[in-house]
Design a protein around this ligand. Structure first.
Ligand code: ADP
Length: 193
């Protein structure tokens, strides 16, 4: 099977030629459907790697390919979640989960005429993470764990080919973290069907 994500001799230096070398000659190959975890101490370049692969930051040297295309800007086929849920406080939960549909094509084009279909899909995802009944609540009315569950739904609503997670459950207590890994496992099992 061919590689879905490929990094070839990638360098990333912040702040010009005398700046911090965050990644040096990095080679990575990940196949479609594969689960890859990057583990290392703080400051070793894990978040930088995520920004490179998703096209948010260009490499200083080397080549990054996703789905056979060289990455030259932010990718549409990606869903992301960070340690902080980053939900928009002025939007209710359902509307937060539906945000990527307003940005990513072809959903952006389809949304005005197929809104109900997308609402059902967002509600279905929220139900999967036991947040049914909370669709009309604001993020600040929910616990940290509930916000991260909604964050996962938002990362998945546009059916991304690539899901990139940067310590999404790091700020949560051990029980909630374990529970959410279970939730993620069932969500990915459902997507693979
Ligand atoms: P990790 O996610 O493994 O903790 P990071 O990718 O955040 O590591 O950081 C890798 C290195 O790059 C660190 O030395 C950090 O200080 C530096 N770095 C990260 N982002 C920036 C930035 N925007 N500007 C300058 N240096 C940065």
């Amino acid at each position: 099977m061919s590689n879905f994500v490929k990094l070839e001799r990638v360098d990333l230096r912040y702040g010009g030629s005398n700046g911090v070398l965050a990644l040096n000659g990095t080679d990575i190959e990940i196949k479609r459907g594969e689960f890859a975890a990057v583990v290392g101490p703080s400051g070793w370049g894990k978040s930088s790697l995520m920004k490179l692969v998703t096209g948010l930051t260009p490499p200083t040297a080397g080549k990054i390919t996703v789905a056979g295309e060289t990455v030259v800007g932010p990718l549409k086929c990606v869903g992301m979640a960070f340690q902080n849920p980053t939900l928009l406080p002025w939007r209710k939960l359902l509307s937060n989960v539906m945000l990527p549909l307003e940005i990513v094509q072809p959903h952006r084009r389809r949304l005005p005429h197929h809104r109900q279909e997308y609402v059902e899909k967002a509600k279905g995802l929220l139900k999967m993470v036991s947040l049914d009944g909370f669709e009309e609540r604001h993020p600040w009315e929910l616990s940290g764990g509930m916000q991260q569950r909604a964050n996962l739904c938002r990362a998945l609503i546009h059916e991304p080919d690539l899901l990139m997670l940067d310590e999404p459950f790091g700020a949560l207590d051990a029980f909630t973290r374990e529970e959410l890994w279970g939730v993620l496992d069932s969500l990915s099992a459902r997507e693979r069907k």
